[in-house]
Structures are given as structure tokens and as C-alpha cells.
Design a protein around this ligand. Structure first.
Ligand code: ADE
Length: 225
């Protein structure tokens, strides 16, 4: 898979994809992540990519031209594959595991990070395939959301996780996870549930299922609907 991330702040991405599972996924050639500076598609010498909003109001709006040009040039680099264009914005569809699963099957994703007061509406209307929000709060831009979305997608690409069975057991597919424990058996007097030490795999599986259901009922009853 190829993921291009278009941003006005490329330095924000130095680090998060250079560690652990996402780093190894790139080294294994399972995903190629490229950070693209929107200013590279500005047409004037000053690198202008934003302007004041028509009708007045505070802040600046990202111009359509650099975004259209950036997407066009990145799309043309992957001729065979159809790129999916995603805008990160608080007005998008709420991101969840199901969306991550669906997007992890794509060949090429282009993520556009909004900033300032927003992006010219014509980008939304005529360029973008999907708008995604990572939650009902407003961040300073789409950079952190692009990292969240990329992380959630990349770990689902076949071959990225060493134990892909874990994906089936983990939260949101469809229940929250059961409690996990590791050594020591007794920590400050708090003991690991007996059943987990029993070696009885059937009983352990049953206990985990019950715990997962109990936890989901208590914390996220909406997931059971
Ligand atoms: N940009 C600013 N806030 C955001 C959010 N919550 N989700 C996605 N993009 C954003």
C-alpha cells in the first residue's frame, strides 16, 4: 500500500512512523508512507497556499489550486491503482475500526490535512472521496488525525502484525477486550484471577468471553446494539 500525506507542517511527522510496528511495516515493503509539503505546489515564489475567506471572518482558508495540483500529481504517480482521497476534518464521518478495516484494503491513499479555518469547499465537493473525523473535538489541524488513521490502517495490512490472530480478539471487533495480566502472580497483594493460572484453555476462553461482555455492557453498551 502507498499512503501520501499532504500537509503544511511536514516536520510534525518526523518520528511517529519511524518506530516499532509501523517502521517495520515500511522496512518489509508492506507500506510506503510519504509526507508531502503542500507548499511545493504553490505557484508563487512566496509559497502562498491560503487566502482570506470570501464574505469575511477570522483566519485563512486553504486555496483549492495547490490541493488539486498536489493530488493530481500524486495520483499520476500510481497509474494502475485508483487512489482514494481523504480529507481529515472535524466535520467528517467518525473514524472507527470498521473504516480502518475497509481502508486497509486500498492500494493508494492520499490523506489531506486541513488547517487554519479550513479548506476551500470545492476541494470537498470535487476532489475528496471521504471526510474523516477522529472525534468530536477540534484540533489545530489534520496532522495528528492523519497519524491516527495511518497507524490504525497500517497495522491491519496482512503481514504487518506478527500474530494476526490478535486482531480478531481485540477491542471493537466486536467487544471490548478482557483484562490482561502478566508476571508477577501477586503484585502488592493484588492477585491474578485463578482461572488464568489454571492451564485450562477452555475455561480461560470462557472467562475471557464473559469478561469482555461484562466490560462492554458496563463501559460501551452502544457497541452491543
Ligand atoms: N482537524 C481538526 N480536528 C479534527 C478532528 N477531530 N478530526 C479530524 N481532523 C481534524
Amino acid at each position: 500500500m502507498k499512503i501520501d500525506i499532504i500537509t503544511l507542517f511536514p516536520k510534525m511527522f518526523s518520528g511517529p512512523f519511524d518506530e516499532s510496528i509501523i517502521k517495520r511495516a515500511q522496512e518489509k515493503g508492506l507500506v510506503e508512507i510519504e509526507i508531502r509539503n503542500l507548499r511545493d505546489w504553490a505557484v508563487d515564489k512566496r509559497g502562498t497556499v491560503d487566502d482570506r475567506p470570501f464574505g469575511g471572518g477570522p483566519g485563512m482558508v486553504i486555496k483549492p489550486q495547490p490541493v488539486f495540483d498536489a493530488v493530481e500529481s500524486l495520483k499520476s504517480k500510481s497509474k494502475k491503482q485508483k487512489a482514494k482521497i481523504i480529507l481529515l476534518t472535524p466535520q467528517g464521518q467518525p473514524f472507527n475500526q470498521q473504516t480502518a478495516q475497509h481502508l486497509s484494503k486500498s492500494d493508494h491513499l492520499i490523506l489531506i490535512c486541513g488547517h487554519y479555518e479550513g479548506v476551500d469547499e470545492r476541494v470537498r465537493e470535487h476532489l475528496v472521496d471521504e471526510e474523516i473525523s477522529i472525534g468530536d473535538y477540534v484540533l489545530t489541524g489534520g496532522e495528528l488525525p492523519a497519524m491516527v488513521v495511518t497507524d490504525a490502517i497500517v497495522r491491519l495490512i496482512p503481514g504487518v502484525l506478527e500474530k494476526p490472530e490478535a486482531i480478531k480478539q481485540e477491542s471493537f471487533s466486536p467487544l471490548l477486550e478482557a483484562p490482561q495480566y502478566t508476571r508477577p502472580e501477586n503484585f502488592k497483594g493484588w492477585k491474578v484471577p485463578e482461572v488464568l493460572l489454571s492451564g485450562n484453555h477452555q475455561e480461560i476462553a470462557k472467562w475471557r468471553k464473559e469478561q469482555a461482555l461484562k466490560r462492554t455492557k458496563e463501559r460501551r453498551p452502544d457497541l452491543l446494539k
